[in-house]
Design a protein around this ligand. Structure first.
Ligand SMILES: NC(=O)c1ccc[n+]([C@@H]2O[C@H](COP(=O)([O-])OP(=O)(O)OC[C@H]3O[C@@H](n4cnc5c(N)ncnc54)[C@H](OP(=O)(O)O)[C@@H]3O)[C@@H](O)[C@H]2O)c1
Length: 290
Protein backbone atom coordinates (compact mmCIF):
# COMPACT_ATOMS: atom_id res chain seq x y z
CA UNK A 1 0.00 0.00 0.00
CA UNK A 2 1.33 3.47 -0.85
CA UNK A 3 0.70 6.76 0.87
CA UNK A 4 -0.12 10.02 -0.90
CA UNK A 5 2.56 11.09 -3.34
CA UNK A 6 2.94 14.71 -4.34
CA UNK A 7 5.79 14.38 -6.84
CA UNK A 8 5.01 15.94 -10.21
CA UNK A 9 4.14 14.24 -13.50
CA UNK A 10 4.86 15.89 -16.85
CA UNK A 11 2.69 13.90 -19.26
CA UNK A 12 -0.65 15.35 -20.44
CA UNK A 13 -3.65 13.53 -18.96
CA UNK A 14 -7.06 13.61 -20.61
CA UNK A 15 -10.41 12.80 -19.03
CA UNK A 16 -13.26 11.38 -21.06
CA UNK A 17 -16.33 12.34 -19.06
CA UNK A 18 -16.00 15.24 -16.64
CA UNK A 19 -18.45 14.16 -13.94
CA UNK A 20 -17.98 13.57 -10.22
CA UNK A 21 -15.16 11.03 -10.38
CA UNK A 22 -13.21 12.94 -13.02
CA UNK A 23 -13.57 16.12 -10.96
CA UNK A 24 -12.31 14.32 -7.84
CA UNK A 25 -9.23 13.20 -9.80
CA UNK A 26 -8.64 16.58 -11.48
CA UNK A 27 -8.94 18.51 -8.23
CA UNK A 28 -6.69 15.99 -6.46
CA UNK A 29 -4.03 16.10 -9.20
CA UNK A 30 -3.89 19.90 -9.02
CA UNK A 31 -4.19 20.18 -5.22
CA UNK A 32 -1.35 17.72 -4.62
CA UNK A 33 0.83 19.29 -7.35
CA UNK A 34 0.93 15.91 -9.09
CA UNK A 35 0.15 17.59 -12.41
CA UNK A 36 -0.12 21.18 -13.56
CA UNK A 37 -3.58 22.33 -14.78
CA UNK A 38 -2.10 23.17 -18.18
CA UNK A 39 -1.38 19.46 -18.74
CA UNK A 40 -4.97 18.37 -18.04
CA UNK A 41 -7.82 18.22 -20.57
CA UNK A 42 -11.35 16.94 -20.23
CA UNK A 43 -14.15 16.12 -22.67
CA UNK A 44 -17.82 16.09 -21.80
CA UNK A 45 -20.96 16.55 -23.92
CA UNK A 46 -22.46 18.92 -21.35
CA UNK A 47 -21.45 22.56 -21.92
CA UNK A 48 -22.48 23.31 -18.33
CA UNK A 49 -20.08 20.65 -17.04
CA UNK A 50 -17.29 21.87 -19.32
CA UNK A 51 -17.70 25.48 -18.14
CA UNK A 52 -17.72 24.39 -14.50
CA UNK A 53 -14.56 22.30 -14.83
CA UNK A 54 -12.75 24.91 -16.95
CA UNK A 55 -13.57 27.78 -14.59
CA UNK A 56 -12.97 25.84 -11.40
CA UNK A 57 -9.63 24.23 -12.33
CA UNK A 58 -8.32 26.29 -15.25
CA UNK A 59 -8.03 23.29 -17.57
CA UNK A 60 -8.83 22.96 -21.29
CA UNK A 61 -12.13 21.29 -22.10
CA UNK A 62 -13.53 19.86 -25.34
CA UNK A 63 -16.89 18.69 -26.59
CA UNK A 64 -15.31 16.01 -28.78
CA UNK A 65 -13.58 13.13 -26.97
CA UNK A 66 -11.27 12.63 -29.95
CA UNK A 67 -9.47 15.96 -29.36
CA UNK A 68 -8.57 14.88 -25.84
CA UNK A 69 -7.46 11.37 -26.81
CA UNK A 70 -5.29 12.70 -29.65
CA UNK A 71 -3.47 15.14 -27.37
CA UNK A 72 -3.03 13.07 -24.21
CA UNK A 73 -0.86 9.92 -23.90
CA UNK A 74 -2.65 9.15 -20.63
CA UNK A 75 -6.44 8.95 -20.88
CA UNK A 76 -8.83 8.37 -17.98
CA UNK A 77 -12.22 7.03 -18.99
CA UNK A 78 -14.73 8.33 -16.43
CA UNK A 79 -18.13 7.94 -18.07
CA UNK A 80 -20.88 5.73 -16.63
CA UNK A 81 -20.28 1.99 -17.21
CA UNK A 82 -23.31 1.71 -19.51
CA UNK A 83 -21.94 4.54 -21.73
CA UNK A 84 -18.42 3.11 -21.94
CA UNK A 85 -18.71 0.65 -24.85
CA UNK A 86 -20.09 3.25 -27.24
CA UNK A 87 -17.62 5.94 -26.07
CA UNK A 88 -14.55 3.71 -26.49
CA UNK A 89 -15.62 2.00 -29.72
CA UNK A 90 -16.47 5.40 -31.26
CA UNK A 91 -12.93 6.59 -30.50
CA UNK A 92 -11.41 3.36 -31.85
CA UNK A 93 -13.46 3.67 -35.05
CA UNK A 94 -12.11 7.20 -35.51
CA UNK A 95 -8.52 5.93 -35.05
CA UNK A 96 -8.29 7.67 -31.70
CA UNK A 97 -5.80 5.14 -30.36
CA UNK A 98 -3.60 5.04 -33.50
CA UNK A 99 -1.15 7.59 -32.18
CA UNK A 100 2.60 7.69 -32.44
CA UNK A 101 3.04 7.79 -28.68
CA UNK A 102 2.78 5.10 -26.05
CA UNK A 103 -0.55 5.15 -24.26
CA UNK A 104 -1.85 4.51 -20.79
CA UNK A 105 -5.61 3.97 -20.73
CA UNK A 106 -7.18 4.08 -17.28
CA UNK A 107 -10.80 3.13 -16.62
CA UNK A 108 -12.51 4.00 -13.34
CA UNK A 109 -15.80 2.38 -14.39
CA UNK A 110 -17.23 -0.04 -11.86
CA UNK A 111 -17.45 -3.62 -13.10
CA UNK A 112 -15.99 -3.21 -16.59
CA UNK A 113 -13.24 -5.75 -17.24
CA UNK A 114 -9.83 -5.20 -18.84
CA UNK A 115 -10.86 -7.77 -21.47
CA UNK A 116 -13.74 -5.51 -22.55
CA UNK A 117 -11.34 -2.58 -23.05
CA UNK A 118 -8.88 -4.79 -24.93
CA UNK A 119 -11.68 -5.91 -27.23
CA UNK A 120 -12.86 -2.33 -27.89
CA UNK A 121 -9.44 -0.69 -28.21
CA UNK A 122 -7.20 -3.35 -29.78
CA UNK A 123 -9.57 -4.13 -32.65
CA UNK A 124 -8.09 -2.37 -35.65
CA UNK A 125 -4.68 -1.95 -33.97
CA UNK A 126 -2.03 -4.20 -35.55
CA UNK A 127 -0.84 -6.97 -33.19
CA UNK A 128 2.72 -5.65 -33.03
CA UNK A 129 1.50 -2.25 -31.80
CA UNK A 130 -0.85 -3.42 -29.07
CA UNK A 131 1.89 -3.58 -26.45
CA UNK A 132 2.10 0.23 -26.79
CA UNK A 133 -1.38 0.64 -25.27
CA UNK A 134 -1.49 -0.31 -21.59
CA UNK A 135 -4.89 -0.73 -19.99
CA UNK A 136 -5.55 -0.24 -16.30
CA UNK A 137 -8.78 -0.90 -14.44
CA UNK A 138 -9.39 1.04 -11.24
CA UNK A 139 -11.91 0.62 -8.45
CA UNK A 140 -11.99 3.91 -6.54
CA UNK A 141 -14.41 4.74 -3.75
CA UNK A 142 -16.39 7.85 -2.87
CA UNK A 143 -14.05 9.28 -0.18
CA UNK A 144 -11.88 10.03 -3.25
CA UNK A 145 -14.12 13.08 -3.61
CA UNK A 146 -12.38 14.54 -0.53
CA UNK A 147 -8.93 13.09 -1.26
CA UNK A 148 -9.38 10.30 1.30
CA UNK A 149 -10.31 7.43 -1.00
CA UNK A 150 -8.65 4.12 -1.66
CA UNK A 151 -8.24 2.93 -5.24
CA UNK A 152 -7.39 -0.63 -6.19
CA UNK A 153 -5.99 -1.13 -9.68
CA UNK A 154 -5.13 -3.96 -12.05
CA UNK A 155 -3.29 -3.72 -15.34
CA UNK A 156 -3.03 -5.79 -18.50
CA UNK A 157 0.10 -7.42 -19.89
CA UNK A 158 1.02 -4.31 -21.91
CA UNK A 159 1.58 -2.26 -18.73
CA UNK A 160 5.23 -1.64 -17.90
CA UNK A 161 6.60 -0.99 -14.38
CA UNK A 162 6.66 2.69 -15.39
CA UNK A 163 2.94 2.57 -16.32
CA UNK A 164 2.18 1.07 -12.91
CA UNK A 165 4.22 3.72 -11.16
CA UNK A 166 2.50 6.54 -13.10
CA UNK A 167 -0.91 5.01 -12.36
CA UNK A 168 -0.07 4.88 -8.68
CA UNK A 169 0.99 8.52 -8.71
CA UNK A 170 -2.21 9.60 -10.46
CA UNK A 171 -4.44 7.63 -8.08
CA UNK A 172 -2.51 8.82 -5.04
CA UNK A 173 -3.99 12.27 -5.70
CA UNK A 174 -7.31 10.80 -4.46
CA UNK A 175 -5.94 8.91 -1.47
CA UNK A 176 -4.32 5.52 -1.01
CA UNK A 177 -3.69 2.86 -3.67
CA UNK A 178 -3.52 -0.93 -3.84
CA UNK A 179 -2.26 -2.89 -6.86
CA UNK A 180 -4.03 -6.25 -7.17
CA UNK A 181 -4.87 -9.04 -9.57
CA UNK A 182 -8.03 -8.35 -11.57
CA UNK A 183 -9.50 -11.59 -10.20
CA UNK A 184 -9.69 -9.82 -6.81
CA UNK A 185 -11.61 -6.80 -8.08
CA UNK A 186 -15.00 -8.19 -7.04
CA UNK A 187 -13.71 -8.63 -3.50
CA UNK A 188 -12.26 -5.10 -3.61
CA UNK A 189 -15.61 -3.76 -4.82
CA UNK A 190 -17.36 -5.53 -1.96
CA UNK A 191 -14.95 -4.25 0.70
CA UNK A 192 -13.88 -0.71 -0.28
CA UNK A 193 -16.14 0.16 -3.23
CA UNK A 194 -19.37 -0.46 -1.31
CA UNK A 195 -17.60 -0.03 2.03
CA UNK A 196 -18.45 3.65 2.64
CA UNK A 197 -22.14 2.67 2.61
CA UNK A 198 -21.53 0.07 5.34
CA UNK A 199 -19.88 2.75 7.47
CA UNK A 200 -22.80 5.12 6.89
CA UNK A 201 -25.27 2.32 7.71
CA UNK A 202 -23.56 1.68 11.03
CA UNK A 203 -23.45 5.41 11.79
CA UNK A 204 -27.16 5.75 10.98
CA UNK A 205 -27.99 2.93 13.40
CA UNK A 206 -25.78 4.14 16.23
CA UNK A 207 -27.11 7.69 15.87
CA UNK A 208 -30.71 6.42 15.97
CA UNK A 209 -29.85 4.42 19.09
CA UNK A 210 -28.42 7.53 20.75
CA UNK A 211 -31.61 9.45 19.96
CA UNK A 212 -33.73 6.61 21.38
CA UNK A 213 -31.74 6.95 24.59
CA UNK A 214 -32.64 10.66 24.81
CA UNK A 215 -29.83 12.46 22.95
CA UNK A 216 -30.74 15.07 20.36
CA UNK A 217 -29.99 14.14 16.74
CA UNK A 218 -27.19 16.71 16.71
CA UNK A 219 -25.63 15.33 19.89
CA UNK A 220 -25.94 11.71 18.75
CA UNK A 221 -24.40 12.47 15.34
CA UNK A 222 -21.54 14.45 16.84
CA UNK A 223 -20.74 11.67 19.31
CA UNK A 224 -21.04 8.88 16.74
CA UNK A 225 -19.09 10.59 13.94
CA UNK A 226 -16.25 11.67 16.21
CA UNK A 227 -16.09 8.18 17.70
CA UNK A 228 -15.69 6.63 14.24
CA UNK A 229 -13.06 9.14 13.19
CA UNK A 230 -11.17 8.90 16.49
CA UNK A 231 -11.24 5.09 16.55
CA UNK A 232 -9.66 4.92 13.10
CA UNK A 233 -6.98 7.42 14.06
CA UNK A 234 -6.24 5.39 17.20
CA UNK A 235 -6.02 2.20 15.15
CA UNK A 236 -3.57 3.81 12.74
CA UNK A 237 -1.51 5.45 15.48
CA UNK A 238 -1.17 2.32 17.60
CA UNK A 239 -0.74 -0.04 14.62
CA UNK A 240 -2.82 -2.71 16.36
CA UNK A 241 -5.45 -5.10 15.02
CA UNK A 242 -9.06 -3.94 15.63
CA UNK A 243 -9.68 -7.02 17.81
CA UNK A 244 -6.84 -5.99 20.17
CA UNK A 245 -8.13 -2.45 20.59
CA UNK A 246 -11.67 -3.76 21.06
CA UNK A 247 -10.37 -6.05 23.80
CA UNK A 248 -8.74 -3.09 25.53
CA UNK A 249 -12.05 -1.23 25.85
CA UNK A 250 -14.10 -4.29 26.80
CA UNK A 251 -13.81 -4.87 30.56
CA UNK A 252 -15.42 -8.03 31.93
CA UNK A 253 -18.92 -7.25 33.17
CA UNK A 254 -18.78 -3.71 31.75
CA UNK A 255 -20.94 -1.69 29.36
CA UNK A 256 -19.03 -2.53 26.17
CA UNK A 257 -19.17 -6.25 26.90
CA UNK A 258 -22.96 -5.97 27.31
CA UNK A 259 -23.20 -4.35 23.88
CA UNK A 260 -20.85 -6.80 22.12
CA UNK A 261 -22.81 -9.74 23.61
CA UNK A 262 -25.95 -8.39 21.91
CA UNK A 263 -24.07 -8.06 18.59
CA UNK A 264 -22.82 -11.65 18.89
CA UNK A 265 -26.19 -13.07 19.94
CA UNK A 266 -27.89 -11.30 17.01
CA UNK A 267 -25.33 -12.70 14.54
CA UNK A 268 -24.08 -9.26 13.47
CA UNK A 269 -20.64 -10.55 12.48
CA UNK A 270 -22.17 -13.33 10.38
CA UNK A 271 -24.56 -10.83 8.74
CA UNK A 272 -21.62 -8.54 7.85
CA UNK A 273 -19.73 -11.47 6.29
CA UNK A 274 -22.81 -12.45 4.29
CA UNK A 275 -23.48 -8.85 3.22
CA UNK A 276 -19.94 -8.37 1.89
CA UNK A 277 -20.12 -11.76 0.13
CA UNK A 278 -23.44 -10.69 -1.46
CA UNK A 279 -21.80 -7.50 -2.74
CA UNK A 280 -18.93 -9.52 -4.26
CA UNK A 281 -21.40 -11.92 -5.91
CA UNK A 282 -23.35 -9.00 -7.36
CA UNK A 283 -20.11 -7.39 -8.60
CA UNK A 284 -19.27 -10.65 -10.34
CA UNK A 285 -22.72 -10.85 -11.96
CA UNK A 286 -22.47 -7.23 -13.16
CA UNK A 287 -18.95 -7.58 -14.54
CA UNK A 288 -19.67 -10.78 -16.45
CA UNK A 289 -22.68 -9.17 -18.17
CA UNK A 290 -20.72 -6.03 -19.18
N1 LIG B 1 -18.86 8.64 -8.20
C1 LIG B 1 -18.22 7.71 -7.53
O1 LIG B 1 -18.05 7.79 -6.33
C2 LIG B 1 -17.60 6.50 -8.23
C3 LIG B 1 -16.98 5.50 -7.45
C4 LIG B 1 -16.39 4.41 -8.13
C5 LIG B 1 -16.40 4.36 -9.52
N2 LIG B 1 -17.03 5.36 -10.23
C6 LIG B 1 -17.05 5.25 -11.69
O2 LIG B 1 -16.68 6.49 -12.26
C7 LIG B 1 -17.36 6.62 -13.51
C8 LIG B 1 -17.98 8.00 -13.56
O3 LIG B 1 -18.93 8.10 -12.49
P1 LIG B 1 -19.42 9.52 -11.99
O4 LIG B 1 -20.07 9.31 -10.69
O5 LIG B 1 -18.33 10.50 -12.14
O6 LIG B 1 -20.56 9.79 -13.10
P2 LIG B 1 -21.08 11.18 -13.64
O7 LIG B 1 -20.94 12.23 -12.60
O8 LIG B 1 -22.40 10.92 -14.27
O9 LIG B 1 -20.00 11.52 -14.78
C9 LIG B 1 -20.02 10.97 -16.07
C10 LIG B 1 -19.84 12.13 -17.04
O10 LIG B 1 -19.66 11.59 -18.34
C11 LIG B 1 -20.39 12.42 -19.24
N3 LIG B 1 -20.66 11.73 -20.48
C12 LIG B 1 -21.80 11.12 -20.89
N4 LIG B 1 -21.65 10.66 -22.15
C13 LIG B 1 -20.39 10.99 -22.54
C14 LIG B 1 -19.67 10.81 -23.75
N5 LIG B 1 -20.21 10.20 -24.79
N6 LIG B 1 -18.42 11.29 -23.81
C15 LIG B 1 -17.86 11.94 -22.77
N7 LIG B 1 -18.51 12.15 -21.59
C16 LIG B 1 -19.76 11.67 -21.48
C17 LIG B 1 -21.64 12.72 -18.46
O11 LIG B 1 -22.34 13.80 -19.05
P3 LIG B 1 -23.97 13.83 -18.90
O12 LIG B 1 -24.23 13.95 -17.45
O13 LIG B 1 -24.33 15.02 -19.71
O14 LIG B 1 -24.45 12.51 -19.47
C18 LIG B 1 -21.07 13.04 -17.09
O15 LIG B 1 -20.68 14.41 -17.00
C19 LIG B 1 -18.39 5.52 -13.60
O16 LIG B 1 -17.98 4.57 -14.55
C20 LIG B 1 -18.44 4.93 -12.22
O17 LIG B 1 -18.64 3.52 -12.25
C21 LIG B 1 -17.63 6.42 -9.62
Amino acid sequence: MTKKNASGLHTPIGFIGAGNMAEAMISGLIRTNTLSARLIRAADPSSKRRSHIAEMYGIETEADNLFVVQRCPIVVFAVKPQQMASVVTDLAARNGFMEPFRRLVISVAAGLTITSFEKWIYEGIPDHQRHRIAIVRVMPNTPALVGEGISAFSANAAATPDDLSVTRRILSAMGETVHCEESRMNAVTAVSGSGPAYCFYFLEAITAAGEKLGLTEEEAEKLAFATFRGSLRLLEAQKEKPAILRGKVTSPGGTTEAAIRVFDDAGVRRAIMEAVEAAAKRASELSTTS
